[in-house]
Unconditional design. Structure first.
Length: 178
């Protein structure tokens, strides 16, 4: 019995501490853009982007533009605000975008900083398949084409979705934003 206990104790002490991440963590995260080469970067901030005043890291209550969301590595949930400019789908492993006036896709929205944008390189995607069905029914352009051009803010983590930067899971939503 003593030998068994000795092996058990030695086994526990030889295990590494589990990774939980932290604010001092500067390791690159897969799938997120590297912001080290940004000309607008005011200095080395460990991969975090600065708040609007340039003095603080983003927190869960901060809101960023689509451009900031696209071009910065953000490792916390944030609010991203923009205009609904189109719909998208990845059905049958084919990525397709719609900019209207007839919309048939109800699985994702495209957001941009300008309500008239039609350049995919200036947009983010927002997944509607992982949110509550009531929210999906309220936001999708197939059922509500009048939502095009309206301002929205969504809360979630930065991720790739439909081959572009986006939000795969909406954890909160403010719509319409006045």
């Amino acid at each position: 019995m003593c030998i068994l206990m000795t092996f058990a104790v030695a086994g526990f002490y030889s295990c590494e501490k589990p990774y939980a991440g932290g604010e001092d963590d500067t390791a690159e995260t897969d799938g997120l853009p590297d912001n080290e080469d940004d000309e607008d970067d005011a200095g080395d901030n460990g991969g975090w982007i600065d708040g609007d005043d340039g003095n603080e890291d983003l927190s869960y209550s901060d809101t960023v533009s689509v451009t900031t969301f696209r071009h910065s590595a953000i490792y916390t949930q944030v609010w991203v605000r923009g205009y609904i400019v189109g719909a998208a789908t990845g059905r049958n492993n084919k990525i397709r975008y719609e900019f209207g006036p007839e919309f048939t896709y109800d699985t994702a929205l495209l957001l941009a900083d300008s309500p008239d944008s039609d350049d995919v390189d200036n947009m983010i995607s927002v997944c509607l398949t992982t949110c509550a069905s009531a929210l999906r029914d309220k936001l999708n352009l197939a059922d509500h084409p009048e939502n095009k051009g309206r301002r929205i803010a969504v809360f979630g983590f930065q991720d790739y979705y439909l081959k572009m930067m986006g939000v795969k899971q909406i954890d909160a939503c403010d719509f319409p934003v006045e």
